[in-house]
Every structure is written in C-alpha cells, then in structure tokens.
Design a protein around this ligand. Sequence first.
Ligand code: IMP
Length: 191
Amino acid sequence: MKLIFATANQHKAIEAQAILGQKVQLILPADLGYTQEIPETGNTLESNAMQKARTIWNIWGMDCFADDTGLEVLALDGAPGVFSARYAGANATMQANLAKLLTQLKGKADRRARFRSVIALILKGTEYLFEGCVSGHILEIPQGDHGFGYDPLFVPQGYGCSFALMSPQEKNAISHRGRALEQLANFLSLR
Ligand code: IMP
C-alpha cells in the first residue's frame, strides 16, 4: 500500500520505513514537490499530528499519517512537551534546545523523563490516533552522535547508554515512535 508520511525529517522516514516494512511504500511530501513547512500550531501532540495529516489529506486526498513527538520531563512539569522543537525559541537549533534543557535541570536530582509520540492516520477519510511512550532519564552531559534531536541526553529505562549511542535497530525496538509505528503496523495488518 502507498502512504504519505507527513514529514520532512529523513531520520523519521528511515525509521518508519524500517518498522512498517516492504508492504508499505512511503511517500514524503517532498517527493510530491511540496517544499513548504507543514503547519503545526496546536497545543497538544494529538492536535499537531492530526493537523499535519489533515494538511496532506486536504491537498492530495491520499491515505497518510503524521507524527508529533514531545520530550516530557517530570521535574519540569512535562516541559518541553509539545514545544520540544522550539524549546529555546522559534527556529532554535538542537544544540540550543539541549543546552536549555541542561540549564533547566541543573542541580535537580529527579531527571525522569519520557518521550511520547502520537501518530495520526487518515485512511479513506477516517481519522485514527496511535500513541507510543518510552520512559527514561536525562543525562548531565550529551552522549553519542547517532539519531537526532534529544537522543544524546536521553537514556531509556533499563539501559546504560543514551539513544544516541544505540544502533537504529536498537533504538527502533524500544522507542516511542517505534512503539507508535508498531501499533500503526498492527492496525494496517502489516504483521
Ligand atoms: P517533532 O515530532 O518533529 O515535532 O519533534 C519535536 C522535537 O522532538 C524535535 O526537537 C525533535 O528533534 C525531537 N524529537 C522527536 N523525535 C525524537 C527522537 O526520536 N529522539 C530525540 N528527539 C526527538
């Protein structure tokens, strides 16, 4: 089956293709000549994911999905959450976001956090939501250079190293988006 994945993030596209497998042909908006940024102006992961999927559905009327992810830190009352991409300000670099997170957590003993991913699917015009979470903690110093985003600071529960030190396969097997994509794959009967 063909599915548009409403993202411009190549890392996410590679992760999704690996998890959904060969039965799905993923198409990115860029493959269809769409070069604008897909708007995400909601206050929740659910509303942002659905807004991105609806944007694609409204343009092409093709089956599609979008994800939105947030890092939720307990001692920061769930921040940066839905604002994870612009934690240090609009158009903030990832280095700036990581630096802000470390500053906000300076001196705090409780470094528990979780990644939460929501996937919005529109299939033949009907809307569905899926969610995946992974709990863990935030390091004091970034570790590793695989992956993207907050990966160098996040250690999943039960593991001794950050996501950024894991292979893509190791990360996909336990990650928030991996878990949400697994649910999508099950729903689409790809397993
Ligand atoms: P979005 O889902 O692309 O809007 O991501 C929101 C923010 O979370 C961005 O700053 C991403 O870099 C970050 N993020 C999303 N997924 C991951 C991940 O798997 N690891 C680390 N950071 C992530």
